[in-house]
Design a protein around this ligand. Structure first.
Ligand code: ZN
Length: 389
């Protein structure tokens, strides 16, 4: 039902020979009044028709700055002065190593790498033993209750440090089942920042370390789910671990293995700084050949009928790699992107043409992904989003 109407409008918009709409009488009047030739009046009439017609040429296309895919910070704050408090149940294996890890993290190379550019830091750590074994099941609320219970019982003080913002992490034995079946989580309860670590079917002390460090960097960068968090950022919708999934810095890199540092197994995490430098954004990771295309850092905005060429920088140390264009969610039938080449070469921008059809619906949004060949390195996708004004 929509297409015949649109077809008529498309003809009207493209043809200079259509009669003027009745309400567009201004140029005709002025043509009759002044002494210009009929030909001049004709030009004036055509210009008038274009200006006031349904398919106004509109404002020029808007192309936002081009850059790497980075996590934008929300309105919330990060923790630059965390004081880490770890609490271990009596059935936690290698509990002494968890205490040592907490002491090691503030000055670790790992924290310098994963925290670089986010303004986060840990100023100290205290570890306490919980004088009983883990419950068989627990919830986030159980962790809050446990902290209060330990304060009342004198297992730890209400403020283990006078300095900094406390980050409480309760560690559970391998048989404790969290209600949500995750391996770890951090959250906020009122002013308190807290979390838990519960790797079931014990993967060993190394797995405890990896999960604990994962929660630490996410609690620092996103203590209240409103700082570095990709879930509301459509550009991350198609990045593994981002967008519609969990969407914090360590989640985005959890497909990669932990790396050993001073005998601890610590997870890679998303670094905006690495991405901005044209390197693979999960750090620390062993160096690897890497290539990516930078894209618009927000939506390209076009009026119906407009198109614009955008030269996307190709970045990395690979000689060249294949790219493919794929439509993604929010795909509109009436908008399009095409590539001038399907091969990316660093130093030579890849030209993508964004095109909004004459009959594109105002306000519609279209998402495309530029997918780099699998061996070009994570994340391998460059989101291309545009909207029709
Ligand atoms: Zn996480």
């Amino acid at each position: 039902m929509r297409r015949p109407t649109l077809g008529f409008l498309l003809v009207a918009a493209c043809s200079g020979a259509q009669p003027d709409p009745v309400e567009d009488a201004g140029p005709l009047d002025s043509g009759a009044r002044d002494a210009g030739s009929p030909r001049d009046a004709g030009s004036a009439r055509d210009a008038g028709a274009r200006d006031s017609g349904t398919f106004d040429a509109g404002a020029p296309p808007f192309v936002p700055p081009l850059g790497p895919l980075t996590i934008k910070k929300g309105a919330g704050s990060v923790l630059s002065d965390a004081w880490l408090v770890t609490l271990s149940h009596s059935d936690v294996p290698a509990d002494a190593r968890i205490a040592e890890l907490g002491d090691y993290l503030p000055d670790s190379g790992w924290l310098r790498a994963v925290g670089d550019g986010y303004g986060v830091g840990i100023i100290g750590h205290t570890h306490y033993a919980i004088p009983r074994a883990s419950p068989s099941m627990f919830t986030n609320l159980s962790v809050s209750t446990l902290i209060d219970e330990g304060i009342d019982a004198g297992w730890w003080p209400a403020r283990p440090s006078d300095a900094g913002t406390l980050v409480w992490l309760a560690v559970y034995g391998p048989n404790a089942l969290p209600e949500n079946h995750f391996s770890g989580e951090h959250f906020a309860n009122g002013a308190r920042v807290l979390g838990w670590v519960a790797p079931r079917a014990d993967g060993g002390a190394g797995w405890y370390q990896t999960v604990l460090a994962h929660e630490v960097i996410e609690a620092l960068t996103d203590p209240r789910f409103n700082a570095y968090f990709t879930t509301s950022d459509p550009l991350f919708n198609y990045v593994p671990g981002g967008g519609n999934l969990s969407g914090e810095v360590a989640d985005l890199c959890q497909r990669f293995p932990a790396a050993e540092e001073r005998g601890f197994w610590l997870p890679p995490s998303w670094s905006n700084r690495a991405a901005e430098a044209g390197r693979r954004p999960c750090v620390p990771l062993a160096p690897a050949q890497y290539g990516t295309l930078w894209g618009p850092t927000a939506a390209v905005v076009l009026s119906p009928g407009q198109s614009v060429d955008v030269a996307l920088p190709a970045v990395g140390d690979l000689a060249s790699w294949d790219v493919q264009l794929a439509p993604a969610g929010n795909q509109s039938d009436f908008t399009d992107v095409t590539l001038r080449s399907t091969r990316a070469t660093p130093g030579t921008p890849l030209v993508a043409t964004f095109r909004a059809h004459f009959f594109a619906a105002p306000g519609s949004v279209a998402d495309f992904l530029l997918v780099s060949a699998a061996d070009s390195g994570y994340p391998g996708v460059t989101p291309l989003r545009f909207t029709v004004r």
